[in-house]
Design a protein around this ligand. Structure first.
Ligand code: PLP
Length: 448
């Protein structure tokens, strides 16, 4: 077997084991054929036949540091030699160091960290904290949101992934967030959209009964549901509304935290301080599963004398925390966060704008940092989507054709409904970005 593990016979065995025994997420098991992956490095991964793919979506928008980052790999190996696991009941050097590094980068009084193993668990615990602290039960979440696939979090989720998991119960009320391109209020400016969305949220809060509402949970920039960047003033307005009614503001930064938006935490770009921020994915690029809740003083102080009702065997797992410490230090040393912010504006935005100008099928491009969506339409005037909402099977054929064309040209796209998302590793070079976006430009001819 070659160093990069390219070996078609080995690939055939991986595929056979997978098809026989692995039960996959979100899938009708008899209708999938996952590509066996042999290895990955930087912004690229490859299969056992030697086909190389540019990772346009950083897997699940989690591999912020790129694949095989040497400092992170080395930190995990070193930690495995020293102390691979220890109960969370003990103190532990890397867990404490990572909590400090996170607290130093979080806004305002968010100073404590509860570690989980993933994003859904982080949101589970944030909601539990909010309910215990306020003594209230209802949680408000947005339509067009994703918060995880566990019991509470699939119930919070405001997209079709929830439908087949119903009944989810759990005292959740959904509201509309701002979406200027498809405004629920038919506004004609981002300012008007922010004002209309805030008036709508206030109405939901007041009619639902403010004294029953424990929390409002919002993805700082909506992720899989469209890279919806909140218009100026919206998140600040949410903060004010929460303050007015004693509601806990939970910022779900599972997808956008740790650099994706060109900030350590996305809320830093919008000048707001939530009560709780949840994170996972980018904290250590998923080399070892890790998530958590960054906790502000209102919630933290509640548990000074009252025990917190929750815990996890692997909370603050040393291998995961060592990877997190190494990742933050590497990003800091290499100036990754500043480069992401600058490259988003100086390279990605202008390139996507040119692509939009080339193709009538591009309805809108939007995003910031290394987090963008290209929304595709059948008709730019009516804004009818290239495929219908939640399309599958033959209805989704125009997107399936684009996806296949991207892969054939060595770019593995992250797509959702009628959008191509651009969210590569934050370590991707300018040349790699330019080449990958040139492929998108080419294949979009198919959609015009
Ligand atoms: N919240 C957001 C915004 C996400 O994008 C995701 C996953 O994509 C989650 C929560 C759930 O995270 P996990 O899959 O790690 O449980």
């Amino acid at each position: 077997m070659a160093d990069n593990h390219i070996d078609p016979a080995a690939g055939a065995q991986v595929r056979a084991d997978d098809r026989a025994h692995v039960f996959h997420s979100w899938s009708a098991q008899a209708h999938i054929d996952p590509v066996p992956i042999a290895g990955a490095q930087g912004s690229w991964f490859w299969d056992y036949d030697g086909n190389r793919y540019f990772d346009l979506g950083s897997q699940m928008v989690n591999v912020n540091a790129g694949h095989g980052h040497p400092a992170i790999v080395e930190a995990i190996c070193e930690q495995a030699r020293i102390l691979p696991t220890i109960s969370p009941a003990f103190g532990n050097d890397v867990r404490g160091e990572l909590a400090r590094l996170i607290a130093e980068r979080a806004p305002g009084d968010l100073d404590k960290v509860f570690f989980t193993n993933a994003g859904a668990e982080a949101n589970e615990h944030a909601v539990r904290m909010a309910r215990v602290v306020t003594g209230r039960s209802t949680v408000l979440s947005m339509y067009r949101s994703y918060h995880g696939a566990s019991g509470t979090t699939i119930g919070l989720t405001g997209d079709p992934r929830r439908w087949r998991a119903e009944p989810t119960g759990g005292d959740v009320v959904r509201f509309f967030g701002p979406y200027p391109y498809r405004s629920p209020w038919a506004t004609d400016s981002v300012e008007a959209e922010a004002a209309a969305a805030l008036a709508h949220l206030r109405m939901v809060v007041e009619l639902q009964g403010p004294n029953s509402i424990a929390a409002i949970i919002i993805e700082t920039v909506i992720g899989t549901n469209g890279v919806l960047v909140p218009p100026p003033g919206y998140l600040a307005g949410v903060r004010e509304l929460c303050d007015e009614y004693g509601i806990i503001y939970i910022a779900d930064e599972v997808m956008v935290g740790f650099g994706r938006l060109g900030e350590w935490f996305g809320v830093n770009a919008f000048g707001v301080t939530p009560d709780l921020i949840t994170f996972a994915k980018g904290v250590n690029s998923g080399y070892v599963p890790l998530g958590g809740v960054v906790i502000g003083s209102r919630v933290a102080q509640h548990f000074d004398d009252v025990p917190y009702p929750g815990g996890l065997t692997y909370s603050g797992h040393p291998l995961a925390c060592a990877a997190g410490v190494a990742s933050i230090k590497a990003f800091e040393a290499d100036g990754v966060i500043d480069r992401v912010r600058a490259t988003g504006e100086d390279l990605i935005r202008p390139t996507l704008s040119k692509i939009a100008a080339n193709h009538p099928s591009v309805g809108e491009i939007r995003g910031m940092g290394f987090f963008w969506a290209i929304e595709l339409v059948r008709n730019p005037e009516t804004r009818e989507g290239l495929v219908p909402f939640n399309a599958s099977g033959p209805d989704a054929a125009p997107m399936a054709e684009l996806i296949a064309a991207c892969k054939a040209k060595g770019v593995w796209p992250f797509t959702h409904f009628n959008r191509i998302h651009v969210a590569p590793p934050l370590t991707t070079s300018d040349d790699e970005l330019t080449d990958a976006l040139a492929v998108i430009d080419e294949v979009l001819d198919l959609a015009d």
